[in-house]
Design a protein around this ligand. Sequence first.
Ligand SMILES: C[S@@+](CC[C@H](N)C(=O)[O-])C[C@H]1O[C@@H](n2cnc3c(N)ncnc32)[C@H](O)[C@@H]1O
Length: 265
Amino acid sequence: MNTDVQTWHYGAVARHWAENNTTGPEIAYYQRQIEQHGQPALDAGCGTGRLLIPLLRAGLDVDGCDVSGDMLAYCQQTAEREGLSPKLYQQALHGLNLPRHYQTIFACGAFGIGVSRQQDFMALQRFYDHLLPGGLLILENHPAYGQEASWPMWQKDARKHLPEPWPEYAGNIPEDDTEYELYYRLVAVNPLEQQTTGEMRTVVFKDKQIVSDTTFTLTSNFYFRHELQMLLEKAGFKVEAVEGGWTDADVTADDDVMVYFARKS
Ligand SMILES: C[S@@+](CC[C@H](N)C(=O)[O-])C[C@H]1O[C@@H](n2cnc3c(N)ncnc32)[C@H](O)[C@@H]1O
C-alpha cells in the first residue's frame, strides 16, 4: 500500500469494484472524447478498468495508472481474460512519472482523494508534463454540494453528530453465503480545509466466521468551480470548457459532477 496516499481501494473494496462497478455513462462519454481529442490516452486512476477495459476493447490506445495495486490486479485479470494487454502503472497521481506522453489524459472520480491539496496541485502539474503539446486534460470535479448525504453535515450543528455510528448490524454474520460486506460512515467534515473524512469497514466471512475486519480511511478534498479553474490555470492549462457530468452541455448549478477541458498550450 502507498502510505503517501490514504484511500480505501484495497482488499474487499477492490473486489467490490471489480465485481459490481462495470458500467456507467462515463464509458461511452470518454470513448467519444478520446476519439475526438486524440490518442494515446491515459486513464489516470483507472481502478479495476471499468473504463479502461471497454476503451481497449474499442481499439483505443489507452494506458492506465492507479495507486492501488489491488485495483490494478483486478484490472489486469479482466484484461487477460479478454486477451487485452494494457500498460498499467502503479503510481500516485502527484508523483506520476511515465515513459510516454499523451494526447489526452482523463481522470474519472480519481482527483482530490487520499492526498493533500498541495499534492492535488502537483498532480495537475504532472498531468501537464505528461501531455503532448496541444494535448487535453479532461478532469472530473465532484463538488461537495453534489454529495447528497454529506453536504448537510457541513453545517456547524450537524458536525457535532460526527463521527456517524456504524450501522447496528455491521459485522453480523450473514444468514446466506455472503463473502464480504462493506459499511461506510462519515467521520469528519472540515469546512475550512474543504475536506471530508470517511471510513469504509470491510468484513470478510468464510464458513460463517469473520476472517478479517478492516477499516480504511479516505479523505476527499473539495473544489468549487472557479477554484479548480484557477488551479488548472496556475498549472499552465487553458480551460476551454466546463461541462456538466458526461453531457456535452455547459455545466449548470444542478450538475453534481463537472468536467473540465484543460488544454496544454
Ligand atoms: C472512485 S475509483 C474510480 C476508478 C475508475 N476511474 C472508474 O471510474 O471506474 C478511484 C480510483 O482512484 C485511485 N486513486 C485514488 N487516489 C489516487 C491517487 N492519489 N493517485 C492515484 N490513484 C488514486 C483509487 O485507487 C481508485 O482506483
